[in-house]
Design a protein around this ligand. Structure first.
Ligand code: MG
Length: 165
């Protein structure tokens, strides 16, 4: 059984994972509008991955006989100035998600809920890759700057990604 505190915190995180999915979908739309179809594809996969994170939490709450509370997903009003700005925002977002997961882990410790703490371990490890992936692209874009052929190659590389791991 989940305590009310953990149940609420997990439902909040469930909502935030859906928001992440929404955010990546808006990034995908922006990339598509700039004709970076490889990046758009990569970001759409990221959106799917975030939805899977949400469903993992959804299933966990149900398995522990908790109550699911689906809330409104905040509309994304983030505007992107450029592809570099987009990936910088993606990296910033992932760093915030890492903090959220760390805070949740701290909370499970306070509540002495070691099952939930163990469950969150996967999410903490996942964030290593999430931060790295977006930062790698930011760094590449900083080297490339506005060099057309290099941007074309990076876009092509990201088109062939079938997952982000
Ligand atoms: Mg996530």
């Amino acid at each position: 059984m989940l305590s009310k505190t953990i149940e609420k915190a997990f439902n909040d995180q469930l909502n935030k994972e859906f928001y992440s999915s929404y955010l990546y979908l808006s990034m995908s739309a922006y990339a598509e509008s700039k004709n970076f179809s490889g990046m758009a594809h990569f970001l759409k996969l990221k959106a799917q991955e975030e939805r899977e994170h949400a469903l993992k939490i959804f299933d966990y709450i149900i398995d522990r006989r908790g109550t699911i509370l689906l809330k409104d997903i905040k509309a994304n009003i983030t505007k992107f100035k450029s592809i570099l700005d987009l990936f910088e925002k993606s990296y910033e977002h992932e760093c915030n998600v890492t903090k959220l997961i760390n805070n949740l882990i701290t909370l499970t410790g306070k509540e002495k809920d070691y099952c939930s703490k163990a469950f969150l371990h996967w999410f903490a490890i996942e964030q290593i890759e999430e931060e790295k992936t977006s930062l790698d692209i930011v760094e590449k874009l900083k080297i490339i700057k506005s060099d057309g052929p290099s941007l074309y190659m990076l876009d092509k590389d990201l088109k062939s990604s079938n997952n982000t791991k």
